[in-house]
Design a binder for this molecule. Structure first.
Ligand SMILES: NC(=O)c1ccc[n+]([C@@H]2O[C@H](COP(=O)([O-])OP(=O)(O)OC[C@H]3O[C@@H](n4cnc5c(N)ncnc54)[C@H](OP(=O)(O)O)[C@@H]3O)[C@@H](O)[C@H]2O)c1
Length: 277
C-alpha cells in the first residue's frame, strides 16, 4: 500500500459468509455522494479469528467496521466500551475506533425506525406494535420503538421464555408485553414486524390468524428471498401495507457512516439503486 493509500480512512464489514454483503456497495455510494474518499472492504472472518483480527486491524489503523452474522453477539464482549444501544441489543453491528480499542454500537434499531417512520410514513405513536423474534435484531429495535410511544409494544417468539426475559431486562425503559404465539389469538396490531430468521429457512412463525388490524403494515427485517414467506403470509392475512428490510439495511448503514464520519448521507438514491439491482 502506498503512503497516499495509507492516508485514506479504512473501514469494512466482517462476517462469515460475507461475499453476499451489500455493505461495500452502500458505503461506496455514500462516500461518492458526499465527495469523500475512503476504503470499505468485506472480510471473511471465522468466529475464532474475530478477536485477533480486531487487534490486528486496530494496529493497522482501521477506523471502523460493520459486523454481520455470526459476529454481532461475540463482538460485544470484545469491545472496550459499548453504547446504550449496543447494551440494550446485547449485540454490536458497528465498531468505532478509539485510541486503545473499539467502541461497539448498534445502529439496527435507529435504522429500522428511520425506514419505518421517515421513509414509509408509518405512524407508531399510539399504535399497537408486535415484534416477532427475540434475537439480536429484535432486541435492538425495541428501545427505539418504545421511544416512538406506541400504545402497546408486544414481543412474541418461538421460544416463549425469551420475550419474558427481554421484557424484564428492558423494564426500566418502558412496558414491553411478552406474549406467546398462541396467546395472540383474538388480538390485532397496526404494525407487525418480523425480526426472526425463519424466512432464511423458507418458513414463517406459526401465528394465529387475524392479527392485522385494518390499515396495518407488515414489515420484514429480512430482504430478498428471505422476506418472501412472511410478506406472502401477511398479504394473505390481509395486511394493507408490506415492506421488506432493505430500507432498514441502508438506514442502519447511514447511521454507522454518520458515527464514523460525522455526516449522515442521503439514502433515497442509494436505496433506489439497490432496488433496481
Ligand atoms: N435489514 C437489516 O438491516 C437487518 C438487520 C439485522 C437483522 N436482520 C435480519 O433479521 C433476522 C434476525 O436477525 P438476528 O440477528 O436477531 O438473528 P438471531 O439472533 O439468530 O435470532 C433469530 C430469531 O429468529 C427466530 N427463528 C429462527 N427460525 C425460526 C423459525 N423457523 N420459526 C420461528 N422463529 C424462528 C429465533 O427464535 P428462537 O429464539 O425460538 O430460536 C430468534 O428469535 C435475520 O434474518 C437477519 O438477516 C436484518
Amino acid at each position: 500500500m502506498s503512503n497516499v493509500d495509507r492516508e485514506v480512512s479504512r473501514y469494512g464489514v466482517l462476517g462469515q459468509p460475507v461475499a453476499h454483503s451489500k455493505s461495500p456497495r452502500i458505503h461506496a455510494a455514500f462516500a461518492k455522494s458526499l465527495g469523500q474518499k475512503l476504503l470499505y472492504e468485506a472480510y471473511e472472518i471465522a468466529p475464532d479469528e474475530l478477536g485477533p483480527s480486531l487487534t490486528r486491524f486496530h494496529g493497522e489503523g482501521w477506523q471502523g467496521f460493520n459486523l454481520t452474522l455470526p459476529h454481532k453477539t461475540a463482538a460485544a464482549s470484545l469491545c472496550e466500551s459499548r453504547t446504550d444501544a449496543a447494551e440494550q441489543a446485547g449485540a454490536v453491528n458497528t465498531l468505532i475506533r478509539t485510541a486503545t480499542g473499539w467502541q461497539g454500537d448498534n445502529t439496527d434499531g435507529a435504522g429500522l425506525v428511520r425506514d419505518l417512520v421517515a421513509n414509509l410514513g408509518v405512524v407508531v405513536k399510539g399504535k399497537r406494535v408486535l415484534v416477532l423474534g427475540a434475537g439480536g435484531a429484535a432486541r435492538g429495535i425495541l428501545a427505539p420503538l418504545l421511544a416512538e410511544a406506541p400504545s402497546i409494544l408486544a414481543i412474541s417468539n418461538r421460544n416463549p421464555w425469551k420475550p419474558e426475559e427481554i421484557a424484564a431486562a428492558m423494564k426500566p425503559l418502558g412496558n414491553i408485553v411478552p406474549r406467546t404465539h398462541l396467546s395472540l389469538k383474538g388480538d390485532q396490531f397496526d404494525v407487525l414486524l418480523n425480526a426472526t430468521s425463519a424466512g432464511h429457512q423458507g418458513s414463517v412463525p406459526r401465528l394465529p390468524p387475524g392479527l392485522f388490524a385494518p390499515g396495518a403494515i407488515a414489515y420484514d427485517l429480512n430482504y430478498g428471498p428471505a422476506s418472501e414467506p412472511f410478506l406472502a403470509w401477511a398479504k394473505a392475512e390481509g395486511a394493507s401495507k408490506l415492506s421488506d428490510g432493505l430500507g432498514m439495511l441502508v438506514e442502519q448503514a447511514a447511521e454507522a457512516f454518520q458515527r464514523w464520519r460525522g455526516t449522515r448521507p442521503e439514502t433515497t438514491a442509494v436505496l433506489a439503486g439497490l432496488r433496481a439491482g
